[in-house]
Write a protein that binds this ligand. Structure first.
Ligand SMILES: [Zn+2]
Length: 479
C-alpha cells in the first residue's frame, strides 16, 4: 500500500458535504470543497486505478455522472455521438457557465503510486496527464457552485461538460461541432501540472490520423518477388517526412508511431499502419503540414506498389487565450494559495526528482503561484480546449499536482497523481474554479468584456470549421 495514499479500498462512499442555507459566501463555498477532500480523493483515485483510455472511459464517466446526479444535476449522457460524453446541468437561464472535465488515460504508461518505476500488472494505461484529477476537481467545483446558486436563490445555470478522449480523440471538437456550447457565456477549465500558474497560454493546433498501407503477402525468402510490403511503404513515408523536417518552419512538430508493422519477418507484410501528428502554433500551417504528409503517403504507396488509406482521427485548434477571464482566475488562485508537502510527501517527491534527467526545481514551488504572464504556445502540447476557446470565452490554469519539474505524460506524473500530492493540487483547482465561477455570477459585466476580447481576437467574420471535417467520432482510435 502506498503510504501517501490515505484512501483504502475501492468502495466509494459518497459523503459530499451539502451547503446549508447559511453558507452563502465564497469563503463558505471554499470550506465546503475542503470538507469534500476524502470523497473527492476517493473518486479521483478510483478513476486513476481504472485508467481508461479515450472513448473507453465507461466507468470513469459513469462515476462522475453519478456524483453529479446524486448532487442534484440533470445529466444527459452520450452526447455528440460519444457514449462517454455527457452534460450535467443545474439551474435556470442566464448566465450559463461551463466547466470542462476530462477523464481519459494514456496508453503505455502503466505506473504504481510509488517513487520508482513500477508498472501495474493488468493495467496497460496510466493517468500520465492527470485527467482523473481534472474530471474530479471540475465536478467538485460544479457541485459547490450549484449549492451556492441554490442557497442564494441566484438565477443562472452551471453546466459541467464531461469531455472524453482528450488525448488524440478530440472529444470536445465533436461537442463544439454539435453546437453544445452555443448558449454558454464563459467556460473555465484547468489542467494538472508541476506548478501553480494562471498565466494564459496558447497551444499547438494539431491534425492527426492514421495511414494504412495495403500490400501483398508472400514468403519473404521463397517468393519475395510476388510480395509487396506494406511496411516498406510505411518506412518510405517516414523517410520522406523525416527529410521534410528540414523544410518546415521552426515551430513545427511532427511525430509518429508505427502501430502495425507486420507479424513475422518471413512473411512480407500485407498490412502496415503509421499514426501521425502534425502540429503548429498556427492552424493553417498545421493543415498544410497534414497535406504534405498525405502527399508523402501517396508517394510511398506509388513507389512500393501498395495502396494507402488515410483516416483523420483527430484535429484541434490552437487555444485562444482570454485575458479577461485569466486575470480573474489568477486573482482567485492567489487567494486560494498553494500548499506544502508533509514529511512523507517530501521524501516521495525527492525520490521522484532523483529520477529526473532535467531540472529539479525546489519542492517549495507547490506553495507558490507563478507570476502572471501571457505565454505563447511554447508549452508544446495540443488540446481540444482549443476549439472551445474559439467559440466561447475560455480560460484555464494549472496547479502542482505533480512533483516540481515533472514532465507531463511521464511515469512520474502517474505516480504523484495517485497520491495525496495529486489530491492536494486537485483541491486547489476545485476551489479556484468555483471562486472564478462565483465571480462571474456576481459580476456579469465580466461576460460582456470577455466576449469583446474574443471577438476582437477571432475577427468579426470568423467561422468555426473543425479540422476533423464531418467525420463521426473516431470511437475506435485506441483499439
Ligand atoms: Zn492533458
Amino acid at each position: 500500500m502506498n503510504p501517501l495514499c490515505v484512501l483504502t479500498g475501492m468502495l466509494i462512499l459518497l459523503t459530499i458535504p451539502h451547503i446549508t442555507s447559511a453558507q452563502k459566501t465564497k469563503q463558505e463555498v471554499l470550506k465546503s470543497i475542503d470538507a469534500g477532500y476524502e470523497p473527492y480523493s476517493t473518486i479521483a483515485r478510483k478513476i486513476w486505478e481504472l485508467a481508461e483510455v479515450g472513448f473507453q472511459e465507461t466507468q470513469s464517466s459513469a462515476l462522475l455522472q453519478k456524483t453529479l446526479s446524486d448532487a442534484g444535476f440533470t445529466v444527459e449522457k452520450g452526447v455528440a455521438g460519444m457514449p462517454t460524453a455527457f452534460l450535467a446541468g443545474y439551474g435556470d437561464g442566464k448566465p450559463v457557465i461551463g466547466i470542462l472535465a476530462e477523464f481519459d488515460a494514456l496508453p503505455g504508461v502503466s505506473q504504481d503510486a510509488v517513487p520508482e518505476r513500477k508498472e501495474v500488472g493488468g493495467r496497460p494505461a496510466g493517468h500520465a496527464c492527470g485527467h482523473h484529477l481534472f474530471g474530479t476537481a471540475s465536478t467538485a467545483a460544479a457541485i459547490a457552485v450549484k449549492n451556492w446558486l441554490a442557497a442564494n436563490r441566484m438565477q443562472g445555470t452551471i453546466r459541467l461538460y464531461g469531455t472524453p478522449a482528450e488525448e488524440g480523440g478530440s472529444g470536445k471538437v465533436y461537442m463544439v461541432r454539435e453546437g453544445l456550447f452555443k448558449d454558454v457565456d464563459v467556460v473555465f477549465h484547468w489542467h494538472p501540472g508541476a506548478e501553480n500558474d494562471a498565466g494564459p497560454s496558447s497551444s499547438l493546433a494539431n491534425k492527426n490520423g492514421k495511414f494504412r498501407f495495403y500490400g501483398i503477402a508472400s514468403h519473404a525468402a521463397a517468393s519475395p518477388e510476388r510480395g509487396r510490403s506494406a511496411l516498406d511503404a510505411v518506412e518510405a513515408m517516414d523517410y520522406m517526412v523525416n527529410m521534410m523536417r528540414e523544410h518546415v518552419s521552426q515551430e513545427t512538430r511532427i511525430h509518429y508511431v508505427i502501430t502495425r508493422g507486420g507479424e513475422a519477418p518471413n512473411v512480407v507484410p500485407a498490412f502496415a499502419e503509421v499514426y501521425y501528428y502534425a502540429r503548429h502554433p498556427k492552424r493553417p500551417e498545421a493543415k498544410d503540414l497534414w497535406e504534405r504528409l498525405v502527399h508523402a503517403a501517396q508517394g510511398a504507396a506509388l513507389g512500393t506498389d501498395t495502396k494507402v488509406e488515410v483516416e483523420v482521427t483527430g484535429g484541434v485548434y490552437d487555444v485562444l487565450p482570454n485575458e479577461t477571464l485569466a486575470k480573474i482566475i489568477d486573482k482567485n488562485l492567489r487567494e486560494v494559495g498553494g500548499y506544502t508537502y508533509s514529511d512523507r510527501e517530501k521524501e516521495f517527491a525527492s525520490k521522484i526528482q532523483g529520477s529526473f534527467t532535467g531540472m529539479k526545481p525546489s519542492l517549495d514551488e507547490t506553495g507558490k503561484i507563478k507570476e502572471y504572464k501571457l505565454h505563447g504556445a511554447e508549452g508544446g502540447g495540443s488540446t481540444d480546449v482549443g476549439d472551445v476557446s474559439w467559440v466561447v470565452p475560455t480560460a484555464g490554469f494549472s496547479t502542482a499536482t505533480w512533483v516540481p519539474g515533472t514532465a507531463a505524460h511521464s511515469w512520474q506524473a502517474v505516480a504523484a497523481g495517485g497520491t495525496s500530492i495529486g489530491m492536494k493540487g486537485m483541491m486547489m483547482a476545485a476551489k479556484t474554479l468555483a471562486s472564478s465561477v462565483l465571480d462571474v455570477y456576481s459580476n456579469p459585466s465580466i461576460i460582456e468584456e470577455a466576449w469583446k476580447e474574443l471577438k476582437s481576437k477571432t475577427g468579426a467574420d470568423f467561422l468555426y470549421e473543425p479540422l476533423i471535417g464531418d467525420r463521426k467520432p473516431a470511437l475506435n482510435y485506441r483499439k
